[in-house]
Design a protein around this ligand. Structure first.
Ligand code: 6GU
Length: 422
């Protein structure tokens, strides 16, 4: 496989040379080129970005710089190979050796190189992408800053690349470099021969749609903590079942939504049903694991939210499920629209107008109250609620101990700001 990375911070990609990826380079399974985008920037200032059309914060990366950079790297015309990289072009292709074809969408030419554009606005990068991309011959990463690259660069590149815009998670990085490292590592370790032990990645978290359970090594007893007895039993079937159950239990506690897509046997389902029953029977707060079952204190979160009213029903519907996955149980959600005339100096309205350059048009101020039960700290409760809001929505608020009943008027102490549904 050949990997090329185009970036304005080439030294950020130094880790590509080290450890696992370095080993793949030495083995001749991987060639890496890191290219400084400024090499394609004309003029003394070598500027690579400019202000966005239509206004708004930040800078946008220029098409006249990215276009030629992507042309040259696609054609193999730019030679900045990392030390210990080996020529790859006449070597047998990895997919020829392994009988796996590169993945293409209908209408795409599978022989084109793959262009990965890391962006928080991309589709989520998953283990199944990593598996598919480990069969590629040539992958190019275009690392932009987070405000982005002029969209025409991506549209135009679709003529010489198969383009994938991907995100590595729901948070924002300064640029795509770290995301490129993450993706490169996830992909390269799956190239056959790079990771010695094939079984070890077949058993990884996510390979079967479940999280991995805990693991142990010598000594048998350490600081008064003992390795589970079953692991010394020598009974392989029992040990395998034990691993399976730990994996199911951890997934159920930490990422219950993954269970929907996992392949489960009848025995797995019985085991999960047993966990759910045990949790029901436990008194609140008696969870056996700090990161464990959803039990705990009554809390509520009180937010002001500026959104188009048409967006609210879907948010309200999805929120209890999203919160349950974030370990806020039994969430109830209320909202009421607040007239701007009630709130002449509302912070969100002011902030919106400053950032967007005009006052809210479709957006309406909502007072949102969410109640639930959790062991999370209050800040985390607010985060969990906000994570269930549309990306970029303007909001303000906090979480508090104890429940409230907005319908009984508890949350409506500011009479003007709280207008009921009637
Ligand atoms: Cl892929 N890039 C950037 N810049 N930020 C991100 C990201 C990618 N994934 C999550 N946040």
């Amino acid at each position: 496989m050949r990997l090329d990375v185009i970036t304005i911070f080439p030294e950020y990609l130094d880790p590509l040379r080290h450890a696992l990826l370095g080993k793949a380079i030495e083995q001749g399974r991987l060639t890496v080129g890191v290219h400084d985008l400024r090499d394609w920037a004309p003029g003394v200032h070598q500027s690579v970005d400019d202000s966005p059309y239509g206004g708004g914060p930040g800078m946008v990366m220029k098409p006249e710089v990215w276009g030629p950079a992507l042309d040259d790297v696609a054609a193999g015309r730019s030679g900045h190979e990392l030390a210990s990289a080996e020529p790859h072009r006449d070597a047998a292709r990895h997919d020829e050796l392994n009988g796996v074809a590169p993945q293409a969408y209908p209408g795409e030419d599978a022989d084109l190189p793959l262009l990965i554009v890391p962006t928080p606005a991309g589709r989520p990068f998953t283990q199944s992408d990593a598996r598919a991309w480990s069969a590629e011959d040539h992958i190019v990463f275009a690392c932009g800053r987070y405000e982005g690259i002029d969209q025409r660069v991506i549209d135009d590149a679709a003529g010489r690349y198969r383009v994938r815009e991907v995100s590595i998670g729901d948070y924002v990085l300064i640029g795509g470099e770290v995301a490129a490292l993450v993706i490169a590592e996830a992909v390269v370790r799956l190239i056959p021969g790079v990771l010695g032990n094939r079984r070890s990645h077949e058993e990884d978290s996510f390979s079967d749609g479940l999280l991995e359970g805990p693991c142990y090594t010598k000594p048998r007893s350490w600081r008064g903590l003992d390795v589970p007895e079953v692991l010394f039993s020598g009974d392989h079937a029992r040990v395998d079942r034990w691993h399976r159950e730990r994996s199911l239990e951890r997934t159920w506690r930490r990422r219950p939504e993954l269970l929907d897509a996992a392949e489960l046997t009848a025995a797995d389902r019985d085991f999960l049903a047993g966990l759910a029953e045990a949790a029901e029977a436990e008194p609140a707060g008696a969870g056996d694991d700090a990161a464990g079952a959803v039990t705990g204190r009554a809390v509520h979160c009180d937010l002001q939210l500026l959104i188009p009213p048409v967006e609210w029903p879907a948010i309200a519907e999805a929120m209890p499920g999203t919160l349950a996955a974030a370990r806020v149980a039994g969430a109830q959600v209320w909202a009421a629209e607040t007239d701007f005339t009630c709130e002449p100096d509302n912070m969100l309205v002011t902030e919106y107008a400053q950032r967007e350059g005009h006052p809210p048009i479709a957006e309406v101020l909502h007072r949102v109250t969410v109640t639930g039960t959790t062991e999370l700290e209050l800040r985390e409760v607010t985060k969990a609620v906000v994570a269930a809001l549309p990306k970029g929505a303007y909001w303000y608020g906090s979480s508090y101990e104890g429940g409230v009943d907005p319908e009984a008027g508890d949350a409506g102490s500011a009479a003007c700001a709280w207008q009921g549904d009637d």
